[in-house]
Design a binder for this molecule. Sequence first.
Ligand code: SF4
Length: 185
Amino acid sequence: MIEKVGLSKDQLDRYPHEFSGGQRQRISIARALVLNPKLIILDEAVSALDVSIQSQILNLLIKLQKEFNLTYIFISHDLNVVKHLSDRVGVMYLGQMMELASTDKLYENPLHPYTKALLSAIPSIDPKEKKERVILQGDVPDPSDPPSGCPFRLRCPMAHERCAEEKPEFKQIEEDHWVACHLYD
Ligand code: SF4
């Protein structure tokens, strides 16, 4: 398994401090794979790595997914990385699902105001592309004491009276696209 993740058997006797961050991440992946899983949860798996190492680990994950027929739940704040790796994306706020869609639908037609704000913050490499950045006001509330109604209402630019009174239902809007927002009732 150590060879499957791009390391060699003679490295197995080394101490942890003798490995780089990327190599340690490869070891973590090998440790998960020896259990022969169907599902692997990757929680901020590449966020601590240098960008060039990030892409190596992401490519390794994609290769291993095909080879071992794996499903990943990939948790990240990096929306470019999420887009690169995912078939479906769920956007969460205060531990609750705000929007869920196939990757193409979510990135091409985001519906929830929180998703729109997140996507507007992705920098573009095209200097001609003009993006309108949505800046959210305020801070994330305490998850143990969430606001009434919609969890996002204190920061939502589209919030209205009903949002404070009633929690929006998480419902399907079109094929493979769900959202929790009163704007789509
Ligand atoms: Fe904004 Fe209201 Fe929709 Fe919540 S339900 S995201 S506060 S518009």
